[in-house]
Structure formats: structure tokens, C-alpha cells
Design a protein around this ligand. Structure first.
Ligand SMILES: Nc1ncnc2c1ncn2[C@@H]1O[C@H](COP(=O)(O)OP(=O)(O)OP(=O)(O)O)[C@@H](O)[C@H]1O
Ligand SMILES: [Mg+2]
Length: 255
């Protein structure tokens, strides 16, 4: 088991945002996380990525306890979260944004020695970095806009660039918080293909999204969270039809 979440609880004052939640993540899985607004989904990803420390419970990653680890340590260990609205350098090109993300990873490994050469030379010692950037751009279908400034991208393009930047950290598990929100139909199809490709290339995915159609088809397995607690788990097609899940979304008594 790659990641085990055991009895995880997070309280903010009197509010229990995540409540005694347990599940496991196997290598190569695409796990879909469903749940109404405010049910604790983002908080859960923030706990896994170390942004928040849990009130109680355990996170076991490849047999190792993650509690108390800082976000950058967790990212360096292979669990990387994309942001709902990624911080992009608008004036820099798509290629350069991805390059900077690659250097941030390098920085974690090698310290700030390379800060003076934040952008890679077109030729020379950065061949390995260049190759990785090209691979990531191709994987994210960003090759055709590589030389455009990031600020010229569509909203869907921006979000895809956020995914590309996260990929430069070479995650084993990528956590995506609503990657489909605000995207048009074509962009959703593109996102679906990219995420399937990522899995084919060996990345394990945890995806939150309100688009039940998109995520229901994409995920191998689903969990549904309501008031911070897991109320259902299993194949998305089955889980999303469960009475408790329909009630959570629509209110009890709904036909
Ligand atoms: N830092 C915080 N401090 C206090 N309360 C918080 C904090 N973060 C989240 N909460 C609360 O925890 C609950 C769960 O929020 P969370 O953002 O995890 O829900 P969500 O399922 O991601 O919702 P959405 O679908 O709207 O994104 C909410 O009641 C929210 O107000
Ligand atoms: Mg959220």
C-alpha cells in the first residue's frame, strides 16, 4: 500500500472538518474524492500534503509516518499537490514557468547554489532538465503554446500549466483539487486524457472534483465525504448511486 490514512481527524476550533477518516491508496490508482461543498475534501488534501497537521490520526507513506513532516519534505518524498489557482509567472513563457518549477525541485535537492541560473541555458549543462521539461510539456499538451507568456493562456491552459509545474517535482502521488472546475467541454476532455496518460506513466492520482460525470468516469475508486466523514467507498458508478450519497448531495427525502 502506497499511502494509508488512518482515523484522520482535523478540528478547527469547534468545527470538525475531517472526522475519523480512513482509506488506503494503492500504486497506480486514480482515487476520486466526492462530497458536497464544505465536506472537508480540500482539508483532507491539505493534511496529506502537510499544509495542516491533523488533530489526531496517522498518515503512513510507503511504510513511513508522515505526521510532523513539513510540506516541502512531503513533496520531496513524492506527494505533490496542485493548487486550484496556481501561482504563475505571467510574463514568463510556458516553457520558462515549467523550468522554474524544475529548478525549485533542484533547489530542494541542491540548495540555492543554482539560483543565479534560474532559467536554463538553451544549450549546455541543462540537457537533463530540458529533456524533462519537453517530456512534461508534451504530456500536458502544452507544446504548441510553449513560447507564449503564461498570462496569455486560457483558464484551462493555466490550470494545465499548474499540473505541468507540479509534474516537474516528479510526484509518485499527485493530488488535484478541482482540476476540472471552470473548464469547457474540450478542456475537460483534454484533462481527462492527460490524467489517464499520467497514470499510464506510473503516477498515482487523488482527484477532487464536483463534475461527477468527469471524475466518475476517470476514477477507479471513489470515496464520498460528508461533514468530514467517509460515507461511501467503492467503484464510482456504484457509490454515486448509494442512498446516503444522494441524500448528502440533495438532502434526505429527495426522490
Ligand atoms: N483554515 C481553516 N480554518 C477554519 N475552518 C476551516 C479552515 N479550512 C477549512 N475550514 C472549514 O472546514 C470545512 C471543510 O472545508 P473544506 O474546504 O475542506 O471543504 P471542501 O469539501 O473542500 O469544500 P468545497 O467543495 O466547497 O471546496 C468547512 O466548514 C470550512 O469552512
Ligand atoms: Mg475544496
Amino acid at each position: 500500500m502506497l499511502l494509508e490514512i488512518r482515523n484522520l481527524t482535523k478540528r478547527f476550533g469547534g468545527l470538525t472538518a475531517v472526522s475519523d477518516l480512513s482509506f488506503t491508496l494503492a500504486e497506480g490508482d486514480i482515487l476520486g474524492i466526492f462530497g458536497p461543498n464544505g465536506s472537508g475534501k480540500t482539508t483532507l488534501l491539505n493534511l496529506i500534503s502537510g499544509v495542516y497537521q491533523p488533530t489526531s490520526g496517522r498518515l503512513v507513506w510507503a511504510g513511513e509516518d508522515l505526521i510532523g513532516r513539513r510540506p516541502h519534505e512531503i513533496a520531496a518524498g513524492g506527494i505533490v499537490k496542485t493548487f486550484q489557482n496556481p501561482q504563475l509567472f505571467g510574463e514568463l513563457t510556458v516553457f520558462e514557468n515549467v523550468a522554474v518549477a524544475g529548478h525549485l525541485r533542484l533547489k530542494r535537492r541542491a540548495g540555492w547554489r543554482r539560483v543565479a541560473t534560474l532559467l536554463p541555458a538553451r544549450h549546455g549543462s541543462d540537457d537533463d532538465l530540458h529533456e524533462r521539461i519537453e517530456r512534461v510539456l508534451a504530456l500536458c499538451r502544452l507544446g504548441s503554446v510553449r513560447d507564449q507568456p503564461a498570462k496569455s493562456l486560457s483558464y484551462g491552459g493555466e490550470k494545465m500549466l499548474g499540473v505541468a509545474m507540479a509534474l516537474m517535482c516528479e510526484p509518485r502521488v499527485l493530488l488535484l483539487d478541482e482540476p476540472g472546475s471552470g473548464l469547457g467541454q474540450d478542456e475537460i476532455r483534454n484533462l481527462d486524457e492527460v490524467l489517464r496518460d499520467l497514470r499510464t506513466h506510473g503516477t498515482t492520482l487523488v482527484v477532487i472534483d464536483h463534475r461527477v460525470g468527469f471524475l466518475g468516469r476517470l476514477a477507479d475508486r471513489a470515496i464520498v465525504i460528508h461533514h468530514g466523514a467517509k460515507i461511501a467507498e467503492g467503484p464510482p458508478g456504484d457509490v454515486l448511486r448509494e442512498r446516503s450519497v444522494v441524500d448528502a448531495y440533495l438532502g434526505p427525502g429527495h426522490a
